[in-house]
Design a protein around this ligand. Structure first.
Ligand code: DNO
Length: 395
């Protein structure tokens, strides 16, 4: 395992020195100041890579080069944006960066309903509650047509859940969806969000898939030429939300993408937390089946408190996904390849130490990307790796 860590550049409250001292060798970063669709200039990529190198690590994975909404919809200036995307890939390869994470989720990136879900020990983590989200959709956003998309049981539960929330609670859900999460390109007002959703009228599941396969096949010659591996991040949560199709949510979607996009450089970010948002997903099987084209991993875990309600686990190894078993498959794949794969501890709880750090620094970490919580996550993964290798060799 190559020990990775997501770094948000100079704006990040966590410094490269602190990251290195966590045992990290590989930085996962992006040119966050560049808007979707822009070309990333070589000089800017170099400058960021140099900063990481000077701190004793390597910038080896980009997360993300965002795909412009016009490409997802295949409208407007999509051809220009695809040409720009190719240029960015060439520029990254010129700087030695050949692993690119991205997603194909329309409008919203990952989505949560509560960014400060309190655990028994007072630390907090991120929660997803389908009924709060449906309540927000039906009774706050009042999205036209939403009624038809939820079954009667979900509608009834959403109504009850929403009625129980006070003003602050409702605002918490709205803010969690529309702003606040890193990855979100722009914070949105409810009206802006509704307007963006409307631009997807007529783009159903089938169309969005076709657009994605088209995009990947279009950039494939550049992948062959540069050796860049594209690893798609699974939908989070892995099912349609707000009437938007989600097309990379399970093993079937992955298989179909591989079939339609045959380049060996079209692969996957194995994100156990995102996949775990559907209890039917089996991340171990996914690693077994699709491991050859897994180029990057996010390991974390979930705990369900109810049907369709989950939060991120106390421990990265315990919960919905059998991480030790998955890790065995992961080690097999590394062995087969003869090289390490970058893993980042995905998200982490917000601990007392993180509160203290924010106070001392006058700057807080990005939501889900605390120092303390991820430090524990990485240490757990490292311990698991050493333990499994030891058990294998018996010494
Ligand atoms: C959340 C992240 C996502 C991810 C993007 C990749 O923590 O895993 O925001 O970076 O979906 O494009």
């Amino acid at each position: 395992m190559k020990q990775g860590w997501r770094w948000y550049g100079d704006a990040d409250a966590i410094t490269l020195k602190e990251i290195r001292q966590a045992g990290v060798t590989d930085i996962v970063a992006a040119l966050y100041e560049r808007r979707p669709g822009e070309v990333w200039p070589v000089a800017e990529i170099r400058a960021r890579a140099k900063k990481v190198k000077d701190a004793g690590m390597t910038w080896s994975v980009v997360e993300s080069v965002p795909v412009h909404e016009d490409i997802k919809k295949r409208t407007g200036d999509y051809l220009k944006y695809v040409a720009n995307y190719k240029q960015t890939l060439r520029n990254l390869a010129k700087c030695g960066i050949r692993t690119v994470c991205y997603n194909f989720m329309p409008v919203l990136d990952w989505t949560r309903s509560n960014l400060t879900y309190a655990l028994a020990d007072g630390s907090t983590c991120l929660e997803y509650n389908e009924y709060e989200l449906a309540g927000f959709d039906l009774f706050y956003l009042k999205r036209p047509g939403a009624e038809k998309e939820y079954d009667a049981k979900t509608r009834a539960r959403a109504k009850k859940t929403w009625a129980k929330l006070d003003k602050k609670g409702r605002k918490r859900v709205a803010d969690s969806v529309l702003c606040g999460l890193p990855g979100t390109v722009d914070d949105l007002t409810p009206a802006e969000f509704l307007a963006q959703l409307k631009t997807y009228d007529g783009i159903d599941d089938r169309k969005l898939r076709e657009n994605m396969y088209w995009f990947l096949n279009e950039i494939s010659p550049v992948l062959e030429e540069t050796g860049v591996d594209m690893c798609i991040h699974p939908d989070d949560p892995p099912h349609p939300i707000f009437g938007l199709p989600r097309i990379l949510s399970n093993a079937k979607d992955i298989a179909e993408m591989y079939r339609r996009c045959p380049s060996r450089h079209v692969g996957l970010t194995l994100c156990t937390g995102s996949l775990g948002g559907d209890p039917r997903n089996d991340a171990v099987e996914i690693m077994k089946k699709f491991g050859k084209r897994v180029f990057f991993c996010h390991f974390r875990n979930l705990e369900y408190t109810d049907d369709k309600v989950f939060h991120e686990s106390q421990c990265h190894l315990c919960g919905q996904t059998n991480i030790p078993k998955l890790f065995e498959e992961f080690l097999k794949e590394e062995k087969r390849r003869g090289e390490g794969i970058v893993v980042r501890p995905d998200h982490g709880r917000y601990l007392e130490i993180d509160r203290e750090l924010a106070r001392l620094k006058g700057k807080d970490c990005y939501c889900g990307y605390s120092y303390g919580g991820r430090l524990i996550g990485l240490a757990e993964l490292r311990g698991l790796e050493i333990g499994l290798k030891y058990a294998r060799k018996g010494k």
